[in-house]
Write a protein that binds this ligand. Sequence first.
Ligand code: AMP
Ligand code: MG
Length: 339
Amino acid sequence: METKILQTTENDIKEAGRIIRNGGLVAFPTETVYGLGASAFDPRAAKKIYAAKGRPSDNPLIVHVCSETQLSEVVGEIPDTAAKVIDAFMPGPVTIILKKKTVIPDEVTAGLDTVAIRFPLDKTAQALIREAGVPVAAPSANISGKPSPTKSKHVIKDMFGRIDAIIDGGDCAVGVESTIIDFTGDKPLILRPGGITYDDILNIGAEVDIDSNILQLIDTDKTPKCPGMKYKHYAPDAEVTVVEGEKKAVQNKIKELLTENKNVMAGVLTMNGADYDNAVILHAGSTNKEYARNLFSALREFDELGVKIVFAEFCEQDAYGLAVKNRLYKAAAQRVIHV
Ligand code: AMP
Ligand code: MG
């Protein structure tokens, strides 16, 4: 398939909107990561998303809207706490799960009677949804299992030749996916940590719990509430190990590991900029917010540089740290050393 590379001009966004309206696939920037969009009203288009990504068919898609009115057209009743979250954080990096209306086909929600909804803040994403004239179902625009794309070159690498068009909209500001909150149970539950933190949600007076699976070993026998959580995720070709603890102890442990592995091309993802020898060093940034922005891109860069094993520093658990740690643990397939 011929993939068009489009820019963020009015004309190009109009063309992208037309492609989506006609059942095609367009990758587009959002403030979190790049999405791979199709009409959320079109079951055949939704199926094309699964094929292009190699995504398991039981992993539902997030439906993107460009207004609260459009949101209310696809969901059932909106509970009070969900309304608070909508008021405070939409548009923004948060996804809410509510009962779905029948306009959303089963192919989008993988047969669930609930739907995940997001109203992105990114202007290009909003313009695209407006031009499409329909809500846009979109998972991250990567091959399933690979790190999510935060730059257009990541999307081009994974999706060129598989989809109709890619909008080149520069780098994503947040860098990790949206916070997913499920409002269909007894109490709101964070299923995935992301751009809006647990503290942010408490601060608006909304009561919410955090799903205990977020940092747990993935147990494939149990049915997780968020189907995507049971799959291997964010994994570069290199083998990643997280080294977690107090800064000096983390550095010493990684130095020891580099010595043990001196015959392998190793990389270190550092927060502190320690002087490691015999390793490709990439800086994740000094705060977890920066770490979130750079994490996926760094994982892809290690692969490009031919690195075989990566040691990732993780030192500080602030409000944003949970989102970073969740992605790191998954990228490392739970290889975590506590020091
Ligand atoms: P992605 O868009 O690739 O970041 O993945 C979307 C995530 O949202 C996956 O982990 C899905 O399992 C989850 N998700 C989407 N719809 C639902 C839903 N109705 N209920 C629970 N989780 C959902
Ligand atoms: Mg994804």
